[in-house]
Write a protein that binds this ligand. Structure first.
Ligand SMILES: Cc1ncc(C[n+]2csc(CCOP(=O)(O)OP(=O)(O)O)c2C)c(N)n1
Length: 299
């Protein structure tokens, strides 16, 4: 496993002058991703927070070549980059598609599914702040039960789509979940994906201080609570074999998990939400655990 010392020693890929909000974990996530993958990377980024915080054209705080592309098109643009590299005989450059949950779970789903079915050579990371953040925090298909957004003012009703499992059903070489509060786990997963050919998918939980309404200094703590309460399950799949990651293995037993209320108490998006919706969130979490365990090697 990568050490904290090594992460600190790696060159800084996010330059001074970016426009991310205080406590933004999508910028942190991309910082780790580019540290993990090195400097031989070409990115595809659709309309999302990252395309805003990278700074106004012609300047960019991301120290990598970026193709900024339409909202639905991160995967199809990355497919094009990947095909061009292949045509040039370039086997060394990594193609990284980096998109929000709205751009992945909703409007971009068809293009990701197409690229995955073709097994196009790229790493696709969905960084999920569980809403359309940069346009004012509207509900996305990844918004969890009970969360209040601009378009769900009394709390989101219904269950989100699990894009990691949707991608898993595409029979991919690599699928994983990660969280910006655990950079070592995320970096190891990215490096593993980088060694493989074909379409690799990572779903990165990225807490958003503005959208989730918590104090900006709590970004890391909130992400850790997502894992410690069992709300966000860390797992990976190599050639279809799902395995729980070390950090989540300890929470297989529900008695070991912190109560969901610990995770929600500092998040303004859950303030005043009905008990029924919070219970529905707990039901969803329990359902996800049963599903992952039944699909994984942990019986
Ligand atoms: C076709 C289209 N519809 C709407 C928009 C406006 N728009 C730009 S970014 C965005 C939301 C992006 O949400 P998400 O992908 O979750 O990324 P985040 O902003 O949370 O980082 C929307 C609705 C657009 N650019 N194109």
């Amino acid at each position: 496993m990568v050490t904290t010392k090594e992460i600190l020693r790696l060159p800084e890929p996010i330059l001074p002058g970016h426009a991310a909000c205080a406590g933004c974990s999508s910028s942190l996530g991309l910082r780790y991703a580019l540290k993990a993958l090195g400097d031989d990377v070409i990115m595809s980024i659709p309309a999302c927070c990252t395309s805003v915080w990278q700074g106004p054209y012609p300047k960019s705080a991301i120290n990598a070549p970026v193709l900024n592309i339409a909202f639905a098109a991160a995967a199809s643009a990355a497919s094009g980059i990947s095909a061009a590299l292949q045509a040039k005989g370039n086997k060394h450059t990594t193609v990284l598609a980096w998109a929000g949950d709205g751009g992945s779970v909703d409007i971009g789903l068809a293009t990701i599914s197409g690229a995955a079915e073709r097994n196009d050579n790229m790493i696709y990371v969905t960084y999920s702040n569980e809403s359309y953040s940069n346009t004012g925090v509207q509900k996305s298909g990844a918004t969890p039960p009970g969360a209040r957004t601009k378009t769900t003012p009394s709390g989101r009703v219904g269950w989100p789509k699990d894009i990691s499992l949707i991608m898993w059903t595409h029979n991919l070489p690599y699928v994983a979940t990660a969280c910006t509060s655990y950079p070592r786990d995320f970096i190891d997963k990215l490096r593993k994906a980088q060694q493989m050919d074909g379409f690799k998918f990572i779903y990165l939980l990225a807490p958003c201080a503005i959208g989730w309404r918590f104090p900006s200094e709590k970004t890391i703590e909130i992400g850790k609570l997502a894992v410690e309460t069992g709300t966000h399950i860390l797992w990976e799949s190599v050639n279809g074999d799902i395995e729980l990651s070390r950090l989540s293995k300890r929470y297989v037993d529900p008695a070991k998990r912190k109560p969901l209320s610990e995770y929600l108490k500092d998040q303004g998006r859950y303030r005043g939400v009905s008990k029924e919706l919070i219970q529905d969130y707990q039901n969803y979490i329990n359902h996800q655990w049963s599903l992952i365990i039944s699909l994984s090697k942990v019986k």
